[in-house]
Write a protein that binds this ligand. Structure first.
Ligand SMILES: CC(C)(COP(=O)(O)OP(=O)(O)OC[C@H]1O[C@@H](n2cnc3c(N)ncnc32)[C@H](O)[C@@H]1OP(=O)(O)O)[C@@H](O)C(=O)NCCC(=O)NCCS
Length: 331
């Protein structure tokens, strides 16, 4: 067995420590060896990890623990915090496990469990009263754009034994997020007299104006290309629906297509149930097709039937589910 290919498992001594500045290349190797499934970007260089994770101004090296064997990183866990309700800072009472990965050759040896013990200790010391394994929809400050597709809203169900692992560590199921895709190169947009009327009456405006978004948005997506789409009444420019798109360019080597993510589709309360949301989504799909974008992704909370229904009507199909689990930390 050569050192460059495999480890001698019998002789493996596993050590644990916090992140060192020299770790990113090893973590990148582990990422690519981890069989993380279709929701994880691959084939990207170390700069991307620096930009999306370690270079974030609020990244705390004391919250990232690595497991090493023979000087190689064979596992890591990344503990962090969820945002405050107004999205202006971090809520130290709500801990998150933003990432957790053990090398396939080292699984079922208690390494994941030990990494979690260290992560929970770090969070508890800083005031966390609960921990969300997977961080949940809108709760992860890191890995957006490289894990989960549009955003890192949990861990991919079926790719790892998350349910068993969570049960063993005393976590209960929390948010489930559906990942929905629409292939823009095939299929036809639905047609109806209402949609035709909307097209006659409404304009689509597109801007890169993102200045009125909270800190939490910039923390997660500031490094991605973003555009705001607004559907407006022609006569008085009233906005009846809006949504943002984010470029998912880091996925090109993995998915082999140009893709964007669509998020925060919002119809003001007084304009709901008129089909404006569907008109907006279809209009965005049309514009993206003209720009040779081949795939569009959306994520919805599985408990939000209205949003699921909207995207299904627009031709999206579920391709994956991201799961999160929660635990209350004892005092
Ligand atoms: C989930 C994961 C972290 C578990 O790591 P691990 O080191 O194998 O876990 P442990 O050995 O500490 O297991 C702890 C407990 O979880 C449960 N468990 C773990 N793997 C299991 C499996 N394959 N089947 C059933 N139960 C399992 C068991 O109860 C186990 O306790 P036991 O061995 O005493 O029975 C690992 O499978 C992994 O890295 N998967 C890919 C991670 C990923 O996709 N990350 C994406 C975001 S970065």
């Amino acid at each position: 067995m050569t050192r460059s290919n495999k480890w001698n498992m019998d002789a493996a001594v596993v050590e644990y420590r916090t992140f060192h500045n020299c770790d990113p290349p090893e973590i990148l190797k582990l990422w690519h060896a981890g069989n993380l499934g279709p929701s994880a970007a691959e084939g990207f260089p170390c700069d991307i990890l620096e930009l999306f994770v370690f270079g974030q101004p609020f990244f705390d090296r004391n919250g990232l623990f690595v497991a090493t064997s023979d000087d190689r990183v064979i596992g890591f866990v990344h503990a962090a915090f969820a945002p405050t309700n107004d999205g202006t800072g971090l809520d130290r009472q709500r801990g998150t496990i933003s990432a957790l990965l053990v090398h396939p050759q080292f699984r079922r040896q208690g390494i994941g469990r030990e990494l979690m013990r260290l992560a929970e200790g770090y969070l508890a010391e800083r005031g966390a009263v609960s921990v969300c394994l997977g961080a949940g929809l809108d709760g992860n400050a890191f890995y957006n754009g490289i894990y989960g597709g549009l955003q890192a809203s949990g861990f991919a169900n079926g790719i790892a034994p998350w349910q068993n692992f969570a049960d063993a560590l005393g976590y209960t199921p929390d948010i489930k997020t559906r990942i929905l895709h629409r292939d823009l190169t095939s299929g036809r947009d639905p047609v109806s007299s209402r949609l035709i009327r909307h097209r006659r009456r409404l304009n689509l405006s597109i801007t890169d104006r993102v200045s009125d978004l909270p800190w939490w948005w910039h923390a997660r997506f500031g490094h991605l290309d973003a555009l705001l789409f607004q559907l407006q009444e022609r006569h008085d420019e009233r906005v009846v629906a809006q949504g943002q798109i984010l470029g998912l360019d880091v996925y090109i080597p993995k998915w082999g297509v140009r893709a964007v993510g669509l998020r925060e589709v919002v119809v003001p309360e007084e304009h709901r149930r008129h089909g404006y949301g569907l008109s907006l989504v279809l209009e965005i799909c049309r514009r993206l097709r003209e720009q040779s974008i081949q795939l569009i992704e959306a994520q919805v909370d599985a408990e939000n039937p209205g949003a699921c229904e909207l995207f299904t009507s627009a031709g999206f199909e579920q391709v994956q589910e991201l799961v999160s689990f929660r635990k209350t930390l004892s005092a």
